[in-house]
Design a protein around this ligand. Structure first.
Ligand code: RIB
Ligand code: CA
Length: 339
């Protein structure tokens, strides 16, 4: 039974997905732009393991931690997962405008809790994130799905620097935003809050978007029971994931928020591999990039009357429902297949 967010579903209810879907026979080419990051670490694992996806590149952006840490974490995680052949390049330190936002109070000073993963045997590609994304798009025989799971700075720079590559972007399936409550503030979710200007460029780009926001990711929760399930798995990756999760459970408990963690970023990846895990609905979404108390809010409207009255077209799928138990089972299955 899919769990439904604690808010009013739009009048329209759920609508058919727009995001493309990979299959084992025809894996979907994707690029992940991330700020690892505890949940980013689990999202990258999903992309490496799922046969329906082909991870072409990973780029880093400052967010949960400083971008240098995010880059090194991406290199180390891919090496740990046996995917050290996936190109990695470093992106923006901070937002296009506004203050630098970090979430080290949640993810730890280095972005991966208190866990030390063996150092990467390679360095990031010196060309940088935006150039690597552009080169990958240009070289791909088919359009590629961008999967941003951190602040949208690199994606905005890509759109603005390489407008001729827009036809090579088949979809943007991003983790960010919320049509309900925020987390960085009552209004705004962290990835959007950290760079509202970039988010506004992305949402106004005309590119097809799926917004996997807090509305659905707050139901992609793991609790301490997962530690026992991971402990039974072979391989180092499951042990590292357990350490990362335990760090998060301990922090969450210390803040009186229960011993659990929303694995936000993994939902954006799994939506591209599993057809019926996430339920979506069409919304018109705008980003508040002003400096007021709603800065970074993704304002979503699905009300047919207002959309018609104001001549607004819906511009994205918004994730609303997920089967929470199935999500946890998928995470165990993925880590059972990692070294
Ligand atoms: O709000 C959740 C998002 O912020 C996730 O991407 C998490 O990794 C943090 O970046
Ligand atoms: Ca992230």
């Amino acid at each position: 039974m899919a769990s439904v967010g604690l808010f009013r579903l739009p009048e329209a209810g759920l609508t058919p997905r727009v995001a493309p879907l990979g299959t084992a026979k025809k894996p979907l080419p994707i690029i992940i732009d991330c700020d690892p990051g505890l949940d980013d670490a689990l999202a990258i694992a999903c992309a490496v393991v799922r046969p329906e996806l082909k991870l072409l590149a990973v780029t880093s952006v400052g967010g949960n931690a400083d971008v240098r840490h995010c880059t090194e974490n991406a290199l180390r995680l891919l090496q740990l997962y046996g995917a050290a052949d996936v190109p990695v390049a470093e992106g923006a330190v901070g937002p296009l405008s506004g203050p630098l936002e970090r979430a080290t109070e949640i993810h730890g000073a280095t972005g991966l809790g208190s866990t030390t993963i063996p150092a990467a045997a390679r360095k990031a590609d010196p060309e940088g994130a935006v150039a690597l994304m552009a080169r990958t798009l240009a070289a791909s025989a088919e359009p590629v799905v961008l999967v941003p799971i951190g602040p949208l700075t690199n994606i905005a720079l890509l759109i603005r620097s390489y407008p001729h590559l827009a036809p090579k972007i088949s979809h943007i399936c991003l983790m960010g935003g919320s049509v309900g409550e925020g987390n960085s503030s009552a209004s705004a979710e962290f990835n959007i809050y950290a760079d509202p200007t970039a988010a506004e460029i992305v949402f106004n780009s005309g590119l097809p978007i799926t917004m996997i926001g807090l509305d659905v990711t707050h139901h992609a929760i793991l609790d301490r029971s997962i530690l026992e399930r991971f402990a039974a798995l072979p391989g180092t990756s499951a042990k590292v994931a357990s350490e990362l999760l335990k760090f998060s459970f301990d922090r969450s408990a210390a803040w009186g928020q229960g011993e659990k963690m929303a694995i936000h970023d993994a939902v954006a990846v799994l939506h591209l591999a599993i057809p019926d895990l996430v339920g979506v609905s069409r919304y018109h979404v705008v980003v508040d990039s002003t400096q007021g108390p709603a800065r970074g809010r993704t304002i979503g409207d699905a009300n047919p009357y207002r959309l018609k009255r104001d001549k607004l077209e819906s511009n994205c799928d918004v994730g609303l429902t997920i089967d929470s138990k199935r999500f946890a089972d998928e995470m165990v299955d993925i880590y059972s297949k990692l070294p």
